[in-house]
Structures are given as structure tokens and as C-alpha cells.
Design a protein around this ligand. Structure first.
Ligand code: ZN
Length: 96
């Protein structure tokens, strides 16, 4: 006799965060979007263009991002900005 049973076969895939790499040098981050290698530290970089349209019945937005490690941010991106029209970064500090 051939016995049959019902089994649940999970064939589900989903895009989940794996790692973050620098778009300039390829370095991998250590903690999700935190580039620091020391656990108590947090080094986050953001280079993003967000374009949004809002209408009464809905809207849309597009985010364009570059992921860049702190070293490339300081040595390449900041250097590029500062060499063009002497642009200076906005630096904010907070203490808690
Ligand atoms: Zn880099």
C-alpha cells in the first residue's frame, strides 16, 4: 500500500539585507549600515537623492543612494567637494 501524507514544503525566498559595500573601494561594513569595526562606535554615511511626488490619490518617490565608507567619504568625496568651489561639509555634533 502506498501511504501518502501531507507535508508543508516551504519554497519561499525573500530579499533580506546581507551586507553593505562601499561603491568606491568595495570595503564591506561590519554591522549592517554601521561602518565602524568597534562595537560601541557608530559610523553611518548617507549620500542620497530623494525625489517625491504627492497627489490627492497617491504618490511616488525614488531614492538614489551611493553607499560610501567613511574613509572614501573623507578622502575622496569630501576632497572632491572641497576642490570644487571650496564647498564645506555641514558638520553637526551631539552629546548625550
Ligand atoms: Zn570606500
Amino acid at each position: 500500500m502506498k501511504h501518502m501524507k501531507t507535508v508543508l514544503i516551504l519554497e519561499h525566498t525573500e530579499e533580506v539585507f546581507d551586507k553593505l559595500t562601499c561603491d568606491v573601494c568595495g570595503t564591506e561594513s561590519h554591522w549592517d549600515e554601521n561602518w565602524s569595526s568597534a562595537e560601541p562606535e557608530k559610523h553611518i554615511t548617507t549620500v542620497q537623492l530623494e525625489e517625491e511626488e504627492s497627489f490627492p490619490n497617491g504618490g511616488q518617490s525614488t531614492q538614489t543612494q551611493f553607499h560610501i565608507c567613511p574613509t572614501c567619504f573623507k578622502t575622496k568625496l569630501s576632497a572632491w567637494f572641497e576642490s570644487h568651489r571650496q564647498a564645506k561639509a555641514t558638520v553637526s555634533n551631539s552629546v548625550w
